[in-house]
Write a protein of this length. Sequence first.
Length: 95
Amino acid sequence: MAQALIRKISDETLADYRAAAAAKGRSLEAELRELIEKNRPARAKDSAALLALSERLRAGTPASAALVDSTEYIRWARDTDAGRYLGGGSDNAGR
């Protein structure tokens, strides 16, 4: 198995991972290994895995979400600077 050395991790970050590992009753190394494996990037050549990921994402998306027209929200966000209305009024009430 390969090894990697990661430098310049803040003390706070490392302490948080140590605490998470201790809460699960395992070592810091095991905690970090799981994190790395869990967040492993998909390979572009692995089309079957990407297709499976796509299907899982579709399954978790409600069918009604595909029917929602986002035009009104996009216009509102653009015209009010995402709710920070620039004209001094309260044009974004209720949103």
